[in-house]
Design a protein around this ligand. Sequence first.
Ligand code: LLP
Length: 425
Amino acid sequence: PASARTLPSGEVALGGVPLAELADRFGTPAYVLDEDEVRARARAWRAALPDAGIAYAGKAFLCRAMVRWIDEEGLDLDVCSAGELDLAMHAGFPAERVVLHGNAKSPADLRAALRFGVGRIVLDSAGEIARLAALIPAGTRQRVLLRVVPGVAAGAHAAVRTGVEGQKFGLPIAGGEAEEAVVRILGQPRLELVGLHCHLGSQITSTDPYATAVRKLVELLARLRDRHGVTLPELDLGGGFGIAYRPGDPAVDPAAYADRVTAELALRCAHAELSVPRLTVEPGRWIAGPAGVALYRVLAVKTTGGRTFVAVDGGMSDNPRPALYGARYTVHLANRSSLAPARAVTVVGRHCEAGDVLAEDVALPADLRPGDLLAVPAAGAYHLSMASAYNHVGRPPVAAVSGGRARLVVRRETLEDLRSRDVGV
Ligand code: LLP
């Protein structure tokens, strides 16, 4: 985060609070989130696209404090389950500014969305159209978007590429599946179709795929007008904006994205003689990721088979991203300075498998020892939200820092928490 500082003692501080102090107070492993950075990153999108909807994708990181900040910064919220919606509602977020996603929404998800009155539900399949309509009380209407597949390949890993045919999300524009679904939705009086949605993928570092998607979506909008006499006022382009995990990694700049996408949208709409639809974007990782740091305590340093392993008190349970996507991270010594030369080590977790690696081939001082504190940047998104309690290791707490003060916003999952779900023999 921008507020990270190295103090004269060599300690690293975040939001004006030394990480070693946070480790003592909240224990390790822990996540630290810089509130000011989250807010600044939310504002960067707001400023880049002042007239657009900016819906923070809660799957990246969600807790009540986060919901509050997103609300206060005037952003909308994207949720993809009754669980995320429940949390947002308990934090007082206005349902009208919520959009619900999901390729397999359960009846409970849909009922919760209708009961709270979410602003928009994104339909993902032909079958879901009638299923949702049947749940809507007579005399009322629900605004919906249709998720379409533009046929644009983008994203850091196959597991997060959703803009192409042949994966589970949305309905392809190619072959007419999306158009057929639009006709079905128009035939449902309780559904009000307000627009199209697409989400290309995640950790995308170029604006090119978004421009291509705009072209394809505007072509579809024009076709829908010409063939079915319907003009849809909204276009939701999803999220996926890449961040730098390591120095020198490329990242998306919201202003550059905005320039590119609004220019493309204006051009294509003018060409098709369509009025320009209102844009929505759904940044998740870009807002939360760089604002968070993961803190670990070194438990063991071992050199074997020509490699040095630094084992810490967390691992794949609090960060499954290296194992799942081959994600690469940097690691910093955070509790002291060291004059020892750096050497390449592998930082591993405490879990019972060899694949439990947090960072391969990172440079750390040769005098690193048990008790030292390590900090992993860019841990604010898809860390806690994807954490598990593997090996009955409770999920870490989240401390929020701002203006030299820290407060606990999510407490650690205790052994008692874990045991309490086990209801007997
Ligand atoms: N909108 C929709 C409909 C999405 O499915 C997603 C992410 C987003 C927005 C936000 O994407 P973002 O801006 O955060 O890239 N667990 C993976 C990432 C999965 C993303 C899933 N959908 C990871 O850790 O890389």
